[in-house]
Design a protein around this ligand. Sequence first.
Ligand code: EPZ
Length: 419
Amino acid sequence: MQDITISIQGSRPLKGSVAISGAKNAALPELAAVCLSSETIEFHNVPLVEDIKVMHAALAEIGAQGEISGNSIRETMPVLRSPLVSVQTAQTTRASILLLGPMLARHGYAKISFPGGCPIGERKIDFHLQGLEQMGAEIQSESEYIVARCRRLKGIEYIFPGKTVTGTENLLMAATLAEGTTVLGNCALEPEVTDLIRLLQEMGADISGPDGETVVVRGRTRLHGASHRIIPDRIEAGTYLIAGCFAGNEIHLQGVIPEHLGSLLEILKDMGADITVSAEAIYVKGGKSLAPAEVITQPYPGFPTDLQAQLTTLMTQADGVSRIRETIFNDRFRHVGELNRLGAEIKIQNDTAIIKGPARLRGAVLKTTDLRASAALVLGGLIAEGETIIQNSYQLFRGYENMPDKLQKLGAAITISRG
Ligand code: EPZ
């Protein structure tokens, strides 16, 4: 992936509206679901980000005919031609593991490179493999590949030992073509999982209890084509919502589902941001001052780990000491060292970041390591005095559609250089 460097001239107010794109983490499993049918699936409101392009390429590798036009993608997989998902595909995004369940369900064989993606701590897949093995798959590892084989998968009763978003999605997709009924317990409740269930039902899958922690899937012999509009990206929206809370900023978010942001809205209102919510839009204005907060990341509907880094940046401007505890991943504080290089005062104690504010931030040269940390550093650069340079920024483009353009339209002085 070519290197990209972002340069920001900070301390300019952000004012105006921003249109929120489709949800990357809904589009990824939904593209993988293309393997479950030989008919055409049309997707609308697709965020054209790197991870989506990688998944589109992975589908082509295994036999799909697809085309991207604007924010729509059409995919058809008449036959699953090759069972192999290559190393370079899987090294870019962890989401390639989402092909395992559908490939086994459709074809009975899959060879997938171990997942890559963000280095944000142990990214285990034991629940995925446990469930698929109980459904009858034989799974081995061969050098850097996972190789899985099965006759027709069988329906099972399986309770996830822990909440897993892609684990829930993998087994849900596998169950749609399994023989008999599958009952999944302790499922993840993220809106992206619910949106995947909606797509699978549109494809003819027999799934009930989509909003509950227990989901029942009655296996079918085939699924048909569908046309599906992807839900808005609540993490992108949350990132711009946080941006709007800095002093002097005023942002109107369009095309959002406010209920998907419930936990963040509560926190930001308690911190003193001026927020107005309507059916599909949210208006946010930065207060003169911000109160500190104590936050814990949790599975949905709790505060999402994917907004932890961005909220940390906001907390550097609060009047007092804030704490944010990361309970989902065991190494998701790589943005802290970089924020401290801007002048923040953040300490890590076990799984908690302790943020002393308000801190005066000054531009510096930063390096980013993962998608959401990149967004946190951009937010830091936007409020720092002087120029902030963020290296290795291709990460940002894995999950945020046109972020530099959207920020420029809001008044930010942000440019990118490639290579
Ligand atoms: C999904 O990752 C998202 N990615 C992540 O977003 C998000 O941070 C995460 O869910 C949590 O909400 C996609 O949807 C593509 P998990 P996923 O399985 O499914 C442990 C972003 O920035 N676990 O819910 O990989 C695991 O180690 C990305 O867009 C097991 O122990 O996360 C972790 O501690 C980053 N065994 C916790 O559960 C398993 O088999 C949550 O992981 C699976 C997970």
